[in-house]
Design a protein around this ligand. Structure first.
Ligand code: PSU
Ligand code: MN
Length: 308
């Protein structure tokens, strides 16, 4: 018999068997998005928030060639401490499995893995998108294509403002991905609540989001949807402040000749330096808020399934 494609933790296996709400979590944010030891504290706190909200957290990563859905505390810590983990997307998730490597999953790879395991809701910070200058670099995150293909609800705080947000929204529209502002008419810009761009759709509660997803499924519409949940007001960094740091970070990336997978981690760590750590504090606050909303959506989806 073929080996199973993934290994759930005991908690996730029990939740899957019992039909309890589960929220998937990515791990690139742990290995490539935040420095040690804040990365581990963030990962533990986000799991606790999901548990408090009556859902089961499932952090996803490839450890020594095994795709793991749900990590125990020791695995989570060793991943957070590791320095050589691959950053895995759709193109190389199976490569890491086949070659016995350790790697963290991006939004795209986490969606793929979550869907394979039967998990329909996923919380992250910000998705990848269309980079500024993509008309010459062609740098467009595989996260957008995955949203078009894979039926997972992704809760984020918009796309990172280091990207070209209006091009990102255009590509999502072309690919038929619903982008829903949660409690806002505006598409949020990760560290800031406002981007100046309108969110294509708006819903104000987890129940409405679950009903929208059920209507898409009833029509047989494939693919995921993006829930854009603005950073809590008390944690946001205003656009005037963030724009200066973004310009410097982008200039540094250009001067250092950064390309490909290295671009997003490089920009995030530059933002951390330039902001004296403020970008990280905001990033943690928005991930926590997204985890809370994702858990509510997972609970609402299960309640809707029981009724129908
Ligand atoms: N959100 C964060 N921090 C991160 C990322 C998202 O708050 O580090 C990661 C996600 O894993 C996302 C990836 O999928 O950055 C996008 O990378 P790229 O632009 O190379 O596709
Ligand atoms: Mn890229």
């Amino acid at each position: 018999m073929a080996e199973p494609a993934f290994r759930p933790s005991a908690a996730v296996a029990a939740a899957l068997a019992a039909g309890r709400p589960i929220v998937a979590l990515e791990s690139t944010i742990i290995t490539h998005g935040m420095p040690w030891p804040d990365n581990l504290r963030m990962a533990q706190r986000v799991e606790a928030i999901i548990t408090e909200a009556s859902a089961v957290p499932a952090t996803i990563a490839v450890l020594d060639g095994t795709l793991r859905i749900g990590l125990d505390p020791a695995d989570l810590e060793s991943l957070a401490r590791s320095s050589g983990a691959m950053k895995l997307s759709r193109a190389d998730l199976a490569f890491a499995i086949a070659t016995g490597r350790t790697g963290s999953t991006t939004v795209a790879a986490t969606m793929l893995a979550a869907a394979a395991a039967g998990i329909g809701v996923f919380a992250t910070g910000g998705i990848g998108g269309v980079h500024r200058g993509a008309e010459t670099s062609f740098d467009i995150s595989a996260d957008l294509e995955e949203l078009a293909r894979t039926a997972v609800i992704v809760v984020c705080a918009g796309a990172k403002a280091i990207l070209d947000l209006s091009k990102t929204l255009e590509v999502l529209e072309t690919k038929g991905v619903p982008v829903v502002g949660h409690g806002t008419a505006e598409f949020p810009a990760f560290w800031s609540r406002s981007s100046g761009l309108t969110a294509p759709l708006r819903l104000d509660s987890a129940g409405e989001i679950a009903a929208f997803q059920a209507a898409r499924e009833a029509l047989g519409i494939p693919g995921g949807m993006l829930i854009a949940n603005p950073i809590p007001a008390e944690a946001e960094i205003g656009r005037e402040t963030i724009d200066g740091w973004i310009a410097s970070a982008l200039r540094a990336a250009e001067e250092d000749g950064i390309t490909g997978k290295a671009v997003t981690p490089y920009l995030l760590s530059k933002m951390f330096e330039l902001s004296g750590g403020r970008s990280l504090v905001a990033n943690i606050a928005l991930v926590e808020s997204n985890a809370r909303l994702a858990a509510e959506i997972a609970v609402a989806l299960k309640a809707a399934q029981r009724v129908s």
